[in-house]
Design a protein around this ligand. Structure first.
Ligand SMILES: Nc1nc2c(ncn2[C@@H]2O[C@H](COP(=O)(O)OP(=O)(O)OP(=O)(O)O)[C@@H](O)[C@H]2O)c(=O)[nH]1
Ligand SMILES: O=C([O-])CC(=O)C(=O)O
Ligand SMILES: [Mn+2]
Length: 617
């Protein structure tokens, strides 16, 4: 297929001029350009209506991409190609004009060179398919400057998912057209053209994948994958990678954070944001049902937060998304009942989980006892005696956040909510205590900058390997990591320290035994409300803390364990700051900082020296 003889999309066949898809001049021109390059059979501008969604999902059932669940209203199950199940970090690029601006933690290629590679791949790639135009806004349409995007995609699964994850459709397009506003162009293809006679498969994808951000141009190109973080381009590509570059330029933060509202028995309310790497507990904490009487958690967001200073000098956070794209395994009535209630209402897409014989979904951890028979995510018959899990470890539910029964009413307030505390956290079997409070903002930034976690199934590659994941943003920083840390420090500099969020570092995943091979020390999930209580007690000046080499940890008895079956020894082990373990951490921290090169802020090197002297004198 060559661009010299473009195949006209269906609506064009009547005449030589391109049809008018929109009165937004730039968007019209871009669609025309993409049509010429990718040669789709038809173009469909998405309106986001119920009828459209029904037609799309019907078609997806027809093409065997989706199976309709009979046990839940308007809900569907997709099984992906087994090679397309997670984000592909090694195929993800930050194509800044200068290589140094992508920094040492990102893959880079010169924009012109990458455009040439991608243009070749996209040429004719939508043949036999429909090009969908999805106008969307990240955050509120009522924001002072709505954060528009438009995704052009040849995947109806992506359209259905974007309909859940973002505010999208006619209302957004109208606003775009009225204001001729700028938007982030997000071009996506599964990369599997259907030339004459080629039969489609339920989950088209291309073995060659490219997830590419152009930070200066504020544009995204994604090729070859249909999976969430690679293909729903409003999410990681725009709301984190592109937005982090915008945020650096404009003095705000785009972060991989949940947002929750915590209310104490005394009716004190605090908004808390928390950054944990993928598959490390954000969705669970965001919807937590505290076991401590009188405490409530309400949800504002479970994955992404945009934080800006308000006129009051406080940092305000808002959630740019409209849906939850949650890890399925481990989500159950015991661990995350609010997620179960959210999906029970239907209107959800499930990917790579198992199908029950009565038309419902199941995954490991949903119930204690697995059903006697399932169809697993490969479409094979499965029983509890089968080898391997029924669901992929990174299988997902995609569901409207509006269905969350504990949604905070202010979640879609364009101003966001003022944040009292930021938690950083990771998945560490050893070393890192259950909770540690930073001494000040710079120390908090140091905690974030040195955050470490064992890798998970949310990204392809080996799992369980400890890596540094600054602010849980390693795969999502759209520019140089040292500059990013510097931006965090700068955010604190002009601010009134008493109004900045206090910073804490948590680890729900510490295990018993010297090498961390034993069971979890801390029960986690709803019991994490006890740690949140300590955080609030610190904010309210009610709780004492023990100053240690790594920061402030709860005093003996500081964590309220009323009604919890945990012995003192285990509690002490969960909170212990072990100098030998931390001394072993020092060379790794040094190595991490050295790997970041000259842009690493000197303040963070000084923080490392402070830690070293506190630990080894
Ligand atoms: N042991 C333990 N496991 C937890 C806890 N919280 C979450 N998990 C498990 O960690 C996994 C991931 O949890 P999520 O809440 O989905 O993680 P996330 O950070 O939202 O993940 P992404 O959507 O990939 O960004 C699930 O299998 C959970 O069951 C906890 O407090 N303790
Ligand atoms: O982006 C995805 O595919 C899912 C997600 O939230 C993450 O990996 O952090
Ligand atoms: Mn995430």
């Amino acid at each position: 297929m060559s661009t010299d003889t473009p195949t006209a999309p269906t609506p064009v066949t009547s005449g030589p001029a391109a049809p008018r898809w929109t009165t937004h001049r730039e968007l019209q021109a871009w669609i025309e350009e993409v049509v010429v390059l990718t040669t789709p059979d038809a173009v469909h501008v998405c309106e986001g209506s119920e009828a459209e969604r029904a037609a799309l999902t019907d078609a997806l059932v027809g093409s065997r991409t989706l199976t309709r669940l009979t046990a839940k209203p308007d809900s569907f199950l997709a099984w992906s190609d087994p090679t397309d199940v997670a984000r592909v970090e090694d195929r993800t690029f930050i194509c800044s004009v200068e290589e140094k601006d992508a920094g040492p933690t990102n893959n880079w290629m010169a924009p012109d060179e990458m455009k040439a590679v991608l243009t070749d791949l996209f040429r004719g790639c939508m043949t036999g398919r429909t090009l969908y135009v999805v106008p969307f806004v990240m955050g509120s349409l009522d924001a002072e400057h709505p954060m528009f995007g438009v995704e052009l995609t040849d995947s109806a699964y992506v359209v259905a998912s974007m309909g859940i994850m973002t505010r999208s459709g006619t209302e957004v397009l109208d606003a775009l057209e009225r204001t001729q506003a700028r938007y982030v162009p997000c071009l996506h293809s599964v990369g599997m053209p259907l030339a004459d006679g080629v039969e489609d498969v339920p989950w088209p994808s291309n073995p060659t994948k490219y997830i590419v951000q152009f930070p200066e141009e504020r544009a995204v190109w994604s090729f070859g994958s249909g999976y969430g973080g690679n293909a729903l381009l409003g999410k990681k590509c725009y709301a984190l990678r592109i937005a982090s570059a915008m945020a650096r330029d404009e003095g705000w933060l785009a972060e991989h954070m949940l947002i929750l509202k915590l209310t104490s028995p005394q009716q004190e309310t605090h908004y808390i944001a928390a950054a944990f790497p993928s598959a490390c507990g954000k969705t669970n904490l965001a919807m937590l049902e505290p076991t401590l009487p009188g405490w409530t958690v309400q949800t504002l967001g479970d994955d992404i937060a945009w934080l800006r200073f308000g006129d009051d000098g406080r940092l305000w956070a808002s959630n740019p998304e409209a849906g939850l794209f949650g890890v399925a395994p481990g989500t159950g009535w015991d661990t995350n009942p609010n997620a179960m209630r959210t999906i029970a209402q239907g209107h959800s897409l499930f990917t790579n989980v198992a199908l029950t014989d009565d038309g419902d979904v199941w995954w490991e951890g949903m119930t204690d006892e697995p059903p006697a028979h399932l169809t697993d995510w490969h479409g094979e018959s499965w029983t509890p005696d089968s080898d391997g899990p029924s669901s992929h470890p990174n299988s997902r539910f995609c569901t409207p956040i509006a269905q969350c029964p504990v949604l905070a009413p202010e979640y879609d307030d364009p101003r966001g909510v003022p944040i009292s505390a930021i938690l950083f956290g990771g998945r560490r079997r050893t070393t890192v205590p259950l909770v540690t409070e930073a001494r000040d903002w710079a120390h908090g930034v140091f905690m974030g900058a040195t955050l470490s976690s064992e890798t998970t199934a949310a990204s392809t590659g080996q799992t369980g390997v400890v890596r540094r994941d600054p602010m849980a943003m390693l795969p999502f920083i759209g520019y140089d990591a040292g500059d990013y840390m510097g931006h965090w420090l700068d955010m604190g500099k002009g601010a009134d320290a008493s109004r900045l969020p206090r910073v804490f570092y948590v680890n729900w995943f510490r295990r018993a035994g010297a090498t961390g091979d034993g069971p979890f020390l801390w029960p986690g999930f709803g019991e994490n409300g006890r740690v949140l209580k300590w955080v609030v007690d610190r904010l309210e000046g009610r709780a004492a803390a023990r100053d240690t080499a790594v920061g402030r940890v709860p005093t003996y008895g500081g964590i309220d364990t009323t009604g919890l079956d945990i012995d003192e020894e285990t509690m002490a082990a969960a909170l212990r700051v072990d100098h030998d373990e931390w001394a072993r951490e020092l060379p790794r921290l040094q190595e991490w900082f050295d790997s970041l090169g000259t842009t690493l802020p000197s303040t963070l090197r000084q923080e490392l020296e402070v830690l070293r002297s506190r630990l080894v004198g």
